[in-house]
Design a protein around this ligand. Structure first.
Ligand SMILES: [Zn+2]
Length: 318
């Protein structure tokens, strides 16, 4: 990982310069950078955990929170966020029902003037197993879920004019049930925005798509001002535009992920994703397929965007 590379480079420089000022300067740079690099190692570890055989493809529908839900609960709690499970039922047939568990982690506003809440969602469930085959769902959507944990780590020390809710939803693959349940329980007038993360591991096109509702335009202007490293950013102001940009005639991008539930509840939304993935819903959607460096740049970019939003006093985007 980058962290190891940097440490090795520093050791070589130290050996060559015999305690000169340069070493002091480099040490300072390394110390300053310690937090982001530690986060990137953690990001990789979280992705590896969520896609590991023990998590068995993170299938939704167990009476108690599954291993993935417990892992997320523990990680958010360990980071100091106020965390709870949100239990819900969903239909699996004409008469049958199953139970799902959202994991909801909160960071309150920490300034004297507080705006409406921003809810950042990513579904943690995937397809589970079929016989001996495990559907790891690394891109769909361990990538978005691990990003939530990285955001928790970074945003907990940020200046926040808005409360932020990091929501790991369950049973998305079976009909966006976790997001629909969450959206049905909120007072939408207390929420400013939904940011939905689903499939953040960029493929060869190196393109991150951000589809948004018209009502999210002031937030998109903040996003468009940020520098982008190592990938292209394409903005889609409607599902039709998204379809044309990605080149997918069959996909209804409005209903394709959890942002739809928030859109139905009247919230502006921004949906971050990599578009079409040839390994989507196949056993090949594995950790090994992920270009971690690109993925990390995407997560950093989303973090920078949310930090910019949170650090913006009330109505600064209007
Ligand atoms: Zn998904």
């Amino acid at each position: 990982m980058s962290f190891l590379n940097l440490t090795m480079t520093a050791t070589v420089i130290k050996a060559n310069c015999n305690g000169c000022k340069l070493w002091l300067r480099i040490s300072t740079i390394i110390l300053c950078c310690a937090s982001p690099f530690a986060v990137s190692q953690q990001l990789f570890d979280d992705l590896a955990t969520l896609t590991s055989p023990a998590h068995a493809g993170r299938s939704a529908g167990s009476d108690e929170p599954n291993l993935s839900a417990q892992f997320l609960f523990a990680r958010f709690t360990q980071l100091g966020l106020q965390t709870e499970y949100q239990r819900f039922s969903f239909k699996t047939g004409f008469t049958s029902e199953a139970t799902g568990h959202n994991v909801v982690a909160k960071l309150p506003c920490n300034t004297p003037r507080c705006g409406k809440a921003i809810v950042v969602s990513a579904h943690y469930d995937h397809l589970g197993t079929k016989g001996s085959k495990i559907y790891a769902g690394a891109n769909d959507n361990a990538s978005g879920t691990a990003a939530l944990l990285a955001l928790a780590q970074q945003l907990k020390t940020a200046k926040r004019y808005y409360p932020i809710i990091l929501l790991a939803t369950d049973a998305e693959e079976k009909g966006l049930h976790g997001a629909k349940h969450y959206a049905s329980k909120i007072n939408s007038t207390e929420y400013a925005l939904n940011i939905n993360l689903d499939m953040l591991a960029l493929n060869q096109k190196s393109t991150l798509y951000v589809m948004h509702s018209r009502t999210a335009k002031p937030y998109v202007e903040v996003l468009a001002r940020l520098p982008v490293h190592d990938f292209k950013l394409k903005l889609a102001s409607s599902p039709q535009r998204m379809r044309r940009l990605v080149g997918t005639e069959r996909v209804d991008w409005l209903k394709a992920s959890d942002h739809y539930a928030f859109h139905k509840a009247g919230l502006p939304y921004l949906y971050f994703g990599m578009g079409e993935d040839k390994h989507h819903h196949s056993v090949k959607d594995t950790l090994e397929q992920i270009d971690f460096k690109k993925y990390q740049h995407v997560v950093n970019f989303i973090n920078d965007f949310i930090v910019a939003l949170l650090d913006c006093p009330l109505d600064c985007t209007s």
